[in-house]
Design a protein around this ligand. Sequence first.
Ligand code: AG3
Length: 277
Amino acid sequence: MAEMELWFTEQQTPDLGFTCKITRTIYTAKTQYQDLAILETKQFGRMLVLDGAVQTTIADEFCYHELISHVPLFTHPNPKKVAVIGGGDGGVIREILKHDEVEKAYLIEIDREVIEASKKYLPEISCALDDERAEVIITDGIKFVSENKNMFDVIIVDSTDPVGPAVGLFQDSFYKAVFECLKEDGLFVAQTESPFYDQELIKNVFHAVKSIFPITRLYLGFIPTYPSGLWSFTLGSKKYDPLEVDISKIKRIDTKYYNPELHKALFALPTFVQEII
Ligand code: AG3
């Protein structure tokens, strides 16, 4: 008898699925907050899935993790204290620690089990979590930012989709708390879903951030395993504008997606995206 084929599908919209062949289910758990799975896929290598949504894969994680990290970190002239809200797999922490001037990177994750599973099954992504400049705090990101004022140079919101545990990370009150949690010249970036499927969300977030931060920018990147592949990031800044960065001063670090030439180009938007915001 022929070997049985196993396929995983993320239902990206009510009418569209993203399917990949898997060789095995490495781990599954029902955590306090969500359903967690680590799958071995043929096309992308190991994959982290939360509540049925692909979070990251070994093959394409660099696209997302580099984009959400290096754009804000190379926009701030001297980021020393950085916080990641969410991002339990540790990919953003790994990228942040490529910046020598960062003294401390905090991971503020609500679900301890995401960190534990990533440490065990996704070492390529989680490897920096044990670095001495990294500190993991298991708590609700909303609570954390509202309880800490004037603390960070950069905050990176690496959330899941705006359903389940992450809903509050897309609300106006959260962006206000992020503003207060940043130092007087701080800036933040949040992942804000697909400009193809989530136009309403992008528009709402952009205008909410714009009503709080003096500088608000949207940039795009390509992430093969996320809905539509085209992905958006919203940046809010108190002082530094990513479009004013002197790209000749950007240090070369080891990256596969981000580079100084891309830094400003990422903010050039297709017409249909310009029209969203
Ligand atoms: N956080 C953003 C994942 C969004 C994916 N959405 C989806 N597949 N429907 C990724 C966490 C990586 N550190």
